[in-house]
Design a protein around this ligand. Structure first.
Ligand SMILES: O=C([O-])CC(=O)C(=O)O
Ligand SMILES: [Mg+2]
Length: 387
């Protein structure tokens, strides 16, 4: 059993939207295929992965470092002890050979993308949905019903509050009961108006979360906290620079309701620093680490161990990114849910065909691997890369 090729391509996932920090007009993502010599159901097993959204394609790093480390390794060093499957942990260590610790940068995105494809292949070789394989691995009961919320509410040329309301109404019509919008890309007064419009639209049918994308300094973060705390929000997200733990801790003195952060922390060491120094509260706050951006599931398992050490339940995790990998982790390992972007980043994000949101939850279909084969527009581009 061996990996015979690692293919990669950079794909556009551009859209004319803007958060408080960046616009997505030139956004790209890496798509990866890990080709094996294993055959299941008359078909060669190929694992697929992509790097979520927000950090651009990582083709350079994949081609120049990580791909060759896998292909040049002794194939026997990449399989499990019983010789029945690839071993994601051994493959991860092989990829990270001769990499210094710290300074995680964006190599974590390149590794996370390949790691997604490895787990897809491993679960396909096992002949199980990844979420079932993960639950078995940890001796737990899988829960195929996963909470999902609708992320959107971006700044957009020409978009007024009535367009924003209409967007949110569309999410409620599709079965969501938590929606998220951007803040921090306009004045505080304008943002207050946007929030009030959305709250008026959704009424008691749904709850609203707001996301500042790391834009605020301490003073602005506090000014917004004082404004936001009068509204019944699901959470106040990524207030200041993702690595400014003291700022995060300080805001908790001004904001009792839930806060969320973590999508731009890319390692278990960074996650640990957030829990050590960020003043995050295990009884109410949410952690949004996205495995595709942060060295993959092998690393995410270490992050979950860190959470346990600090008294946090995995149910406080609702990952960033809206991809099926995190849906599997949620269903298999008991996370609190997953993000979704109903109208963005297609065909990569979203759910397999025929999976609908009902009362803010989806039910995972029983597809081998991550389940990409169940999403026809996505598997089409994946198979163009390799099959
Ligand atoms: O706008 C983005 O970069 C995405 C984001 O923060 C989120 O999904 O929470
Ligand atoms: Mg965010």
């Amino acid at each position: 059993m061996r990996i015979v090729d690692v293919c990669e391509v950079t794909k556009p996932i551009a859209s004319p939207i803007r958060n408080a920090y960046i616009d997505f007009s030139k956004m790209t993502a890496s798509l990866v295929a890990v080709v094996t010599d294993v055959v299941r159901d008359g078909r060669r097993v190929v694992g697929y992965g992509f790097n979520s959204n927000g950090r651009y394609g990582q083709g350079g790093l994949i081609r120049e470092r990580f791909k060759d480390r896998i292909l040049q390794a002794d194939p026997n060093s990449l399989i499990n002890d019983t010789g029945t499957n690839l071993d994601p942990h051994k493959i991860w260590s092989t990829m990270m050979m001769n990499e210094k610790p710290g300074g995680h940068g964006e190599r974590s995105v390149a590794v996370g993308t390949i790691d997604m494809a490895i787990w897809d292949a491993v679960a396909k070789i096992e002949g199980k949905p990844l979420f079932r394989m993960l639950a078995d691995m940890k001796g737990r009961e899988a829960n195929p019903r996963v909470f999902v919320y609708a992320a959107g509410g971006y700044y957009y040329p020409g978009k007024d509050n009535s367009a924003l309301r209409k967007e949110m109404r569309g999410y409620l019509d599709r079965g969501y009961n938590v929606v998220k919008m951007k803040i921090g890309g306009a004045s505080i007064d304008e943002d207050r108006g946007r929030i009030e419009s959305v709250l008026e639209e959704i009424g008691s049918e749904a709850k609203l979360a707001v996301d500042a994308n790391g834009r605020f300094d301490l003073e602005t973060g506090i000014a917004y906290a004082k404004m936001l705390r009068y509204y019944p929000l699901s959470w106040y997200e990524e207030i200041g620079d993702p690595l400014d733990y003291a700022l995060q801790a300080a805001i908790s003195e001004f904001y009792d309701a839930p806060m969320a952060t973590g999508e731009n922390l890319f390692s278990h060491q960074d996650a640990r620093n957030l829990l050590r120094y960020g003043g995050m509260r295990a009884d109410r706050d949410f952690l949004q680490f996205d495995c595709a951006l942060s060295y993959g599931l092998v690393e995410y398992l270490r992050t979950l161990d860190v959470l346990r050490q600090f008294g946090w339940s995995p149910s406080r995790c609702i990952p960033h990114g809206g991809h099926q990998m995190s849906l599997n982790i949620a269903a298999g390992l008991g996370l609190g849910g997953n993000e979704s972007y109903p109208d963005l980043f297609q065909p990569y994000g979203g759910f397999p065909d025929g999976v609908n949101v009902i009362d803010g939850h989806i039910t995972m279909p029983e597809l081998p691997g991550i389940g990409f084969e169940g999403k026809s527009d996505l598997i089409k581009v994946m198979r163009e890369l390799a099959e």
